[in-house]
Design a protein around this ligand. Sequence first.
Ligand SMILES: Nc1ncnc2c1ncn2[C@@H]1O[C@H](COP(=O)(O)OP(=O)(O)OP(=O)(O)O)[C@@H](O)[C@H]1O
Length: 361
Amino acid sequence: MARIDLDNIRHAYRPDPQSDDDYALKRVHHTFVDGGAYALLGPSGCGKTTLLNIISGLLRPSEGQILFNGNDVTDLPTEARNIAQVFQFPVVYDTMTVYENLAFPLRNRGVSEDIVDKRVREIITMIGLEERAKRKAQGLTADEKQKISLGRGLARADVNAILFDEPLTVIDPHMKWELRTQLKELHRRFGYTMVYVTHDQTEALTFADNVVVMYEGEIVQIGTPEELFERPTHTFVGYFIGSPGMNLLPVEVSGSSARMGQTVIELPSAPSQQSGKLELGIRPEFVSVGRSGYPVKVDKVEDIGRRKIVRARLEGQEIAAIVDEDAEIPAEAHVSFDQTHLNLYSNSWRVEMHGEAGHGA
Ligand SMILES: Nc1ncnc2c1ncn2[C@@H]1O[C@H](COP(=O)(O)OP(=O)(O)OP(=O)(O)O)[C@@H](O)[C@H]1O
């Protein structure tokens, strides 16, 4: 497996890019460590597939270099990069059996038949197609064919990396969960370098140790699921991760106090920066509803199983709180915030609070 360095990569599909807006990838400078499991997460059009295609060699970046284990592969074609790829839709040989499809990448590399057999049996079990081993791929469902594609991607242990582009789109929801869990287990056992593109936060958060969040052609944060939840470095991460996403309140700051209209919210300490467009971020999980705090007008309460989402207005601004299902919502409702989970953003980027070394944008 390999360490993959993306060295100041930029990519524009148009031939004469003038400004940052003309770049599908504005600037990506990042290392995927050897054996790491990464998810590239972001909304449609943010540049995930572009980045994956640059890693695989399907696309040459307009600027920058790609290194596999320190060797420049920027000009190498896909075949010369020794990677496995699994795409959104199945790529299988219809006239081959399930077994032969899975054996293909190994036989192609001259692997001995006893090793091929051992590996193929292992993978067939993992994807749950033991019963179908001798069946031709033709005639199998799209779901089964995609499992074969997934299995083929995992067959060889000597690849530099395995790249997945939304591989579970056609798989049914229950099997999705099972395959994700197995991918994670395989990663733990074999230490593959894996890069997994998805726009689905659940998929990213359950698969990856490190989630790379992309927004408008840039990486806005790389972190563990906990870090993305606790300390989103960009308002987009706050909004995109979590359900509902982070509350963002426009504020003015003076010292360690944030003011929104008549409401003054005490911050844990004075922020290191107080200029630009300032927003206070607090996740709904850290907003309490009760009789004390800041007065709000409750718009509606949604039942989400064992918890409820309270949607209210504070100084006219929408705010959501997640509370227990049996929590009382008083007629004169107030909200209060867990101060340790307050985040301040200036022009969308998180600002460090004094005494908060090593964190923030
Ligand atoms: N072949 C192409 N020619 C021109 N523009 C393209 C091409 N492929 C992608 N783009 C543009 O580049 C930007 C990034 O697209 P990309 O497909 O990488 O995003 P994505 O995050 O993978 O989205 P999706 O989840 O919808 O696939 C988008 O604005 C898209 O319209």
